[in-house]
Design a protein around this ligand. Sequence first.
Ligand SMILES: [Fe+2]
Length: 177
Amino acid sequence: MKKESVYTVELDEPYPKATIRRKNMMLASALSQAYGGKTGELTSISEYLYQSILCAEEYPAISELFEDLAKVEMRHFRILGEMICALGAPPKVCVHKDFCRRIPWSGGYPFYRTTLGEALAGSMRDEEHAAAFYRKLAGCVENESVSQLLLRLAKDEEHHETLLGQALEDLKRMGGQ
Ligand SMILES: [Fe+2]
């Protein structure tokens, strides 16, 4: 049985269903930035797993936090991929510039921060930006169900920022850096 986590990553709130009936390449393109872009979900997943592996021995609770965050980001990744697909673009891991031009995701995107403190602080900033991106896009889209789903994703990212801040405080209390 899995032991109880120090940090509660899952929010007790369902993800609204996006109802998409029309193709919309402009929206697919905007969503693809958060999907396969430089600071998108796949980049977050890679960074979190990298950090989780590095601190597993010394800071197991923070390692578990990183892994749990990666799992939520993977759910976001899936949700975005499904929306991109419903909007008429293939869910390839890329940024769609238009119907035929794509910039593929790159293994050079993840930013491998050197200390755990830097990783936590940097990830807090990334989460803040991700939440702002989703909120801004939610305010621009006409499809209300898509807008609601994006706002739900933003809530996760804001919660992640809070948890990373707590972990940073915990790290300092333990004398780590
Ligand atoms: Fe996310």
